[in-house]
Design a protein around this ligand. Structure first.
Ligand SMILES: [Zn+2]
Length: 645
């Protein structure tokens, strides 16, 4: 019901009246699929055949639309190829919710151009033609001035089109329905405030229990992007169809396509081989079998409702064309990657990406123990083992590149007094920079996962603001950095001044960031003086360490695991390929420190004053290398391992 305020009614009374009307007559919420068939029209921008929306081509879209309108799942994730109607589903749900469950909505796009083109080419035309949007969106009631390209007002709310590279837009208002478009394209971090999705999700917390978050993306070349991770955490629904011969339900896979020819023009027809009875079905059988689809969940109890689907399921798409496209791109690695992502809905796993030798081959020639001159901030990370402390020292630059400067062991574990003294000494160490100036450690993180009490005791002894005692949080949603808790309380339960603070570290996210950063490659620029390497922001630099260091650095990757027992069978986990993962953990702590120090928020003038403080400091050559040097390597391996739910 849409009321229009008469000028004679004061606004306050009007609002009261309006809310009473709402309480008296709650609007009936239809399922998303019912609403779509009744109220939504396609334009020429959506489909080759504009007109009233139907599920003829993609009958399986019904469940996804219903999941968006139900009260069961707060989170719905869709991992899909292009051409399965993803954007249409988005538009339908926004229009339906504006009509039936109005409130503050936002659509988070990876970049401004995608927000602009969605607004102009898809959203505005849909409002024009869809009867379900008529009278709901203000544009039609009050004229265009009410709405801008990025804010569309409707009775009882508005939908804002925001971008993942602007934290201010995300922060402005609480969000009851959040639509996250192409999440795999979001930047790591938005102006040092954290991951865009985290920031936006925080705006939905006021609506916990009644919010709706819809995340979607095609997979990308990232080995394990956001959509893969959300899909894996969810119900993992795939679309099963029955074999016309034996009735066996199976998912459609490009691996079962059978055809003749090696060139695109030679392929005249594509048959499908049943995985069960090996019968060949002609493509024409798809109309029958897809109409008998069933979404089947691998992990039905999950809190996130997640779906995966690809082009072959769209009855408007020809399987012959899918095969021809493959033959066109198969010899071009870049195009083939795109084909995997956009057509097959598969993440491109470049096996060599996890290969430690790739990173090993990029080692640089700067000396160990000396910070390159771009380094302005120095951090230390300490991992506690039974018989030693492992230490990683890194320099941070203005462009958020990180130089690994030193890696060594302090022999003797938490029970060894001399070792504790050497750790305390290390926290006060200074390192020399290539230009002769000294850098002092700005922050040191000590992981308290092992021998917790001993680490607390060590932190009390060092008693420095620079020391961060950390504890890994092993769940996927844990933010990278979170407020610390106080370990030291007095008898009244009050926190003790200078007591130990325990910092939770969202290791899952930071591990993902380490992996992504390891995939960055320098660009080679040709100049008159020869080839020059240009390093991208966030690049990780390594000196000439030995192979063990790089094996440990690349020791984990995220994979889906299938557990034999228990109801929740499938989950994603960081899994070790190499027994020693300490360097990977130390890198995670280093990224934690860069976040907690707020380096990504540093303005130019802050960096300038940091540089001034360093170059103004007198160089104390004698003190420069009082950092403990690498002790003898032990060959013993104590692996705690890290697994995530
Ligand atoms: Zn069969």
């Amino acid at each position: 019901m849409h009321l229009k305020r008469q000028k004679s009614i004061p606004i306050g009374i009007w609002q009261a009246l309006k809310s009473t009307t709402k309480t008296l007559k709650p609007k009936k919420i239809t399922t998303g699929s019912e609403w779509a068939e009744r109220n939504f029209y396609l334009t020429t921008n959506d489909a080759a055949e504009p007109g009233r929306f139907t599920f003829d081509r993609c009958p399986w879209q019904k469940e996804i639309l219903d999941a968006l309108s139900d009260n069961v799942h707060e989170f719905v994730a869709l991992k899909c190829s292009a051409q399965v109607g993803k954007t249409t589903l988005l538009t339908i749900d926004i229009l339906r919710a504006a009509d039936e469950q109005p409130g503050g909505f936002a659509v988070l796009f990876p970049a401004l151009h995608s927000a602009t083109s969605y607004s102009q080419d898809r959203f505005d035309p849909a409002i024009e033609v869809s009867p379900g949007a008529k009278g709901v969106f203000h544009e039609h009631k009050y004229g265009r001035s009410e709405n801008t390209k990025y804010v569309k007002k409707f009775t009882g709310g508005q939908v804002r089109f925001i971008t993942a590279n602007s934290s201010s837009a995300m922060k402005s208002k609480p969000i009851a329905r959040l639509y996250c478009e192409e999440v795999n394209e979001y930047p790591f971090d938005v102006s040092g405030q954290g991951a865009p999705l985290d920031i936006a999700l925080k705006r939905t917390i006021a609506f916990e229990g009644v919010r709706k978050v819809f995340l979607n993306s095609t997979p990308t070349t990232e080995k394990y992007g956001l959509i893969e991770s959300w899909y894996a955490r969810g119900t993992q629904k795939e679309c099963y169809v029955p074999c016309p011969e034996c009735g066996h339900y199976q998912t459609l896979s490009d691996l079962q396509f059978r055809y003749e020819g090696t060139k695109p023009e030679q392929v005249k027809k594509v048959d499908y081989e049943c995985v069960e009875c090996k019968a060949l079905w002609p493509e024409s059988a798809k109309f029958e079998i897809i109409s008998r689809y069933e979404w089947r969940a691998k992990n039905p109890d999950a809190l996130v409702d997640s779906y995966s689907v690809w082009q072959a399921y769209n009855l408007g798409n020809s399987w012959v064309e899918i095969v021809r496209e493959y033959l066109r791109v198969k010899d071009d690695p870049e195009k083939l990657k795109t084909y995997w992502n956009q057509t097959l809905n598969k993440s491109w796993v470049d096996r060599s990406e996890t290969d430690w030798t790739r990173v090993y081959d990029r080692r640089e020639s700067y000396p160990v123990g000396v910070a390159p001159k771009d380094c302005l901030v120095l951090t230390g990370a300490i991992d506690v083992q039974k018989d030693r402390y492992e230490v990683l020292v890194c320099g941070h630059t203005r462009t958020h590149e990180i130089y690994v400067i030193d890696y060594f062991f302090i022999d003797g574990g938490p029970q060894n007094e001399a070792a504790k003294t050497r750790v305390a000494d290390f926290c006060r160490a200074r390192y020399q920079r290539a230009d002769g100036h000294d850098l002092e450690l700005n922050a040191v993180a000590i992981d308290s996962g092992y021998e917790t009490q001993s680490v607390y005791e060590l932190a009390r002894r060092i008693n420095s603001e620079k020391v961060f005692v950390t504890k890994g949080q092993n769940n996927f949603l844990a933010p990278a950095v979170h407020a610390p808790s106080y370990v030291d309380l007095n008898y009244k339960g009050e926190k003790i001044k200078n007591g130990v603070k325990l910092w939770p570290v969202g290791v899952s996210q930071l591990k993902g960031e380490v992996s992504s950063r390891l995939r960055l490659r320098p660009e080679v620029e040709k100049t008159d003086a020869g080839e020059v390497q240009k390093f991208p922001p966030h690049y990780l630099h390594f000196p000439q360490f030995d192979e063990d260091f790089f094996k440990s650095l690349c020791s984990e990757s995220i994979v889906q695991t299938q557990k034999k027992h228990g109801a929740k069978k499938v989950s994603a986990a960081w899994v070790k390929h190499y027994d020693r993962n300490e360097v990977f953990d130390l890198m995670v702590l280093t990224l934690f420190l860069s976040r907690v120090l707020g380096l990504d928020r540093f303005t130019d003038s802050l960096w300038d004053s940091q540089e001034k403080a360093i170059s103004g400091a007198t160089s104390h050559r004698a003190n420069v290398t009082n950092a403990p040097r690498p002790a003898q390597r032990t060959s013993r391996v104590i692996s705690r391992g890290v697994e995530l739910d």
